[in-house]
Structure formats: structure tokens, C-alpha cells
Design a protein. Structure first.
Length: 363
């Protein structure tokens, strides 16, 4: 069956239907990763978006039980050049098409994803709609342009209630703005006792849990749509070590007086080079974000830039000049992606140890 992808500028593509039959609207973005489509599709940071995979063949190793980043995907659609109809991997449990149907996610295959990606790079991210190929194009375009994308993404993907992932080591509170499962796995590997809390949890409620450290998770959308975070972060600074990832990094910056801006087409992929300014070390990182911290706005704050992206010079890491707190724009858990920066979780563990030792000496 044929399906149409129409963009808000009037451009449309006709391809083959994959996934569910429903019509859907979302922000069309592209991801440059060569593997990891399952992790990408189930990443809560893609809430409300249609993912264009730049790698030409997607689905060749199927879907398995181990590579989920969330149980229920929140992407609006999947766009590929070729969707493999036969999966070949010993862990495979279903095909990509079967998975998309099960999760009620529509998709389109057989279109020129290279052309679509070049359009996004030129014009920036665009709204798009997946609809039957025979739909009236004029009416479809009018409907697409009239729809305003939601700005409550974090409230849709955050946990509704606190829950614990038990461990016998350090006590970490993980603030859930749309957390990936792999972040929780990395903390569990280090034997942390993790308490995951909703995004609106207050600093007082977190401190009453007596954590050794607090992690601010990744998540979707504009950080300025999460005003609850500012008071909470300021209430924790100086009281407990902080580590922020992706959206957590942006929220940390805003709380400390910096500013953020929407990028033209964002960073989404597993091959972004990032330089640590103190050592000159360069790592390849996994990234998924459409907003960035404004470099000029850092000058009026107590924040220090620790990392930059070598392709475009955007800020990729921050630290507080006075308090034990650091953040990164990229994903150290890197699923999918390289594991170059996995050591940042160990750095967080060391920060909590040093803070505990300091408090014991002052007691």
C-alpha cells in the first residue's frame, strides 16, 4: 500500500506503508546513526517527532527484548529508504514492521531519505504528516499548517510516581524528564540504589530522600517549557552533587542564569566529535537534541564551559565554578553509539565520594 509524507513547505513524498495505518503529524528530524534503530525509536527524547534514518537499510536485524530504552515508544513516525522485510539475527523476535504495528506507529519506506535530509539541513526541521497517498494534497497541507505541535512533552514521558531500582551502594535520585533505560542500567552497574522521581519533584522532597547525588535526565522538547526545574536545581546546588545529561544539561544552564536556543536541525546521531577543553581529549559521542546552550549567556553566570562540539562549536559540557555539579549535552550511556565517554558515570561516583569525605571531615 502507498503512503504519503507531506511537509509544511508543500513538498511531498510517495512511498510504501509500513507500521500502523493511522494518520499522524510530527516534527521531521533525521538521525545519522548506522545502527541502533530500536534504541532510537524507543528513546523518549523523540516524543512528537518523525525520525528519518539516513542509513539506507533499517530493520535488517529485527527487534529484540534487550535494546529497548522505554516500554512504549512516543515517536510519531518512522521514515526509511528501505525497510528490511526479513530480519537475520539470533536475538530477533519480530520484524521492524511488526513492531511498528504492535506499537501503533506509522512509517513510510521507499522514499529518497537523502533528499529529505538535505532539505532539513537547508530549511531546518519541518512539520510533516503521514497520510494515505490518495489524500487531497491541498486539504492535507492546510490541515498540517494549522496544527500547533505540543509543548508539554516532558509531562507526557516522565514517570507519574517515584519508584526504586534497588542497590546496596550510593543513593542516587534520578529526576525523570524522559529518561532512557540505559542511564538507569549504568547506575545499576555501579551498584547504586536509584530512586526515579517525576520531573515536578521539589528540592525539599529530593533532599528528604538523603541522596548521595542527583542526576538530571535527558528528555524531549524545549527546556524553557519545564519551569519547575529551575527552583528544584537551585535548591539542590551546594547541597548534593549534580550530574545532568542532555535536557538535564540545558535545564541546569537555565537555572544558573544562562540561555538556550533552538538549533536549525539539531544533533542526532552517534558520530559527533566533542573536545574536553581542560585536557584536549576528543571523544566521539551519541547525541539527540534540538536545543543548545547559548555560549554568550554563560559569561554572566558561575558556570564554566568544559566541552565543545568540534563540528559547530556549540557547548557540550558545563561545570559549576563553586559547587560539585557538571553536565554534558551528549549521552555517556551511548545506546546506540560509542562508549568513549562512559567514564563520566565513574566521574559522578568519584564526585559523590569526595563530597561524602568532605562532609565527614567537617562533621
Amino acid at each position: 500500500m502507498k503512503r504519503m509524507l507531506m511537509l509544511e513547505d508543500g513538498t511531498y513524498f510517495i512511498g510504501e506503508k509500513i507500521g500502523s495505518d493511522k494518520e499522524t503529524i510530527g516534527e521531521v528530524v533525521f538521525n545519522t546513526g548506522m545502527t541502533g534503530y530500536q534504541e532510537t525509536i524507543t528513546d523518549p527524547s523523540y516524543y512528537g517527532q518523525m525520525i528519518t534514518f539516513t542509513y539506507p537499510l533499517v530493520g535488517n536485524y529485527g527487534i529484540n527484548r534487550d535494546d529497548f530504552e522505554s516500554i512504549q515508544p512516543v515517536v510519531k513516525g518512522v521514515i526509511v529508504r528501505e525497510a528490511a522485510d526479513f530480519a537475520s539475527n539470533w536475538r530477533e523476535q519480530m520484524t521492524l514492521d511488526e513492531f511498528l504495528k504492535e506499537k501503533d506507529i506509522p512509517g513510510i519506506a521507499g522514499i529518497d531519505t537523502r533528499k529529505l535530509t538535505k532539505m532539513i539541513r537547508s530549511a531546518g526541521t519541518l512539520k510533516g504528516i503521514l497520510a494515505p497517498a490518495e489524500a487531497d494534497k491541498e486539504k492535507l497541507l492546510h490541515h498540517l499548517r494549522s496544527v500547533r505541535l505540543p509543548n508539554d512533552q516532558v509531562s507526557e514521558v516522565s514517570s507519574r510516581k517515584p519508584f526504586a531500582s534497588p542497590g546496596e551502594g550510593k543513593r542516587v535520585v534520578l529526576v525523570d524528564y524522559g529518561v532512557k533505560g540505559s542511564i538507569l542500567k549504568e547506575l545499576n552497574k555501579r551498584n547504586c540504589h536509584v530512586t526515579v522521581v517525576p520531573y515536578y519533584t521539589t528540592a525539599k522532597e529530593i533532599l528528604n530522600m538523603h541522596p548521595d547525588g542527583v542526576m538530571l535526565s535527558n528528555g524531549p522538547g524545549d527546556p524553557k517549557d519545564v519551569p519547575e526545574a529551575t527552583e528544584m536545581i537551585l535548591g539542590l546546588q551546594g547541597m548534593v552533587p549534580l550530574f545532568g545529561i542532555c535536557l538535564g544539561h540545558q535545564l541546569f544552564a537555565l537555572a544558573n542564569g544562562a540561555d538556550t536556543f533552538k538549533m536549525k536541525f539539531g544533533h542526532r546521531g552517534a558520530n559527533h566529535p566533542v573536545k574536553e577543553l581542560r585536557t584536549g581529549r576528543v571523544d566521539f559521542t551519541a547525541q539527540n537534541h534540538g536545543y543548545s546552550v547559548d555560549a554568550d549567556s554563560i559569561l554572566k553566570t558561575d558556570l564554566v564551559v568544559t566541552h565543545v562540539e568540534l563540528n559547530d562549536g556549540t557547548i557540550e559540557g558545563l561545570a559549576h565554578s563553586e559547587y560539585p555539579a557538571f553536565t554534558v549535552q551528549y549521552h555517556p550511556e551511548a545506546n546506540p553509539g560509542p562508549s568513549d565517554v562512559n567514564y563520566l558515570f565513574d566521574q559522578f561516583m568519584e564526585m559523590m565520594d569526595l563530597e561524602r569525605e568532605g562532609r565527614m571531615k567537617n562533621a
